[in-house]
Design a protein around this ligand. Structure first.
Ligand code: GRF
Length: 189
């Protein structure tokens, strides 16, 4: 599998996938990191690891179609065959959906279909949910929609502080994304 990881922020999921590949837990290669925030930590981290990056600012393009066409050129030039969204804060448009049908994944920090969109953990906590989780799903044109591939849940404890919950959630996400990618990579062999 030749993965292109799309991210806008910290990139802990990118790092987890990268390190799984390095230790031989996943037969794949990250051929590109696509980042829409020039100052994002993930862009720096990819460069330091020697991973090719395409970093852009949407405001420099007249439309989503225009920047996605440029992204598609970069994806083609490195031969990416799976798009792995990990904290990419943009809706994928028709240009990329049409070029990679059934080949775009996203991870979301909730038990979808609950709590789509921003701050899913905050939404779950505001509802008083004790059972939290994360989902990996195929991407379609809707926000955090698309067929769910795999979910993992865990219980928070009474009074557990948000930063501790976030830490556990990230850990759960890293294992979940790896498990999905391992399954897909086996199917691809
Ligand atoms: C994750 O919680 C992911 O589920 C969401 O954005 C966050 C990205 O975290 N879509 P990181 O940048 O991979 O650390």
């Amino acid at each position: 599998m030749k993965l292109a990881v799309f991210a806008s922020g910290t990139g802990s999921n990118f790092e987890a996938i990268f390190s799984a590949i390095q230790r031989g837990a996943l037969q794949a290669e990250i051929v590109l990191v696509v980042c829409d925030k020039p100052s994002a930590k993930v862009a720096d981290s990819a460069r330091r690891k020697g991973v090719s990056t395409f970093v852009f600012a949407a405001k420099d393009y007249p439309s989503k179609e225009a920047y996605e066409t440029t992204i598609a050129e970069h994806l083609e030039s490195v031969g990416a065959d799976w798009l792995v969204l990990a904290g990419y804060m943009r809706l994928i448009g028709k240009t990329l959906l049409d070029k990679y049908p059934g080949r775009i994944l996203n991870i979301h920090p909730s038990l979808l279909p609950k709590y789509k969109g921003k701050d899913a953990l905050g939404q779950a906590l505001a509802q008083g949910d004790m059972l939290l989780g994360a989902s990996v799903h195929y991407v379609d044109e809707t926000l955090d929609g698309g067929t769910i591939i795999k979910q993992v849940s865990f219980s928070r404890t009474e009074g557990e502080i948000r930063t501790a919950i976030e830490q556990r959630l990230h850990h759960v996400e890293h294992e979940l994304y790896l498990a999905v990618l391992q399954e897909l990579s086996k199917e691809a062999q």
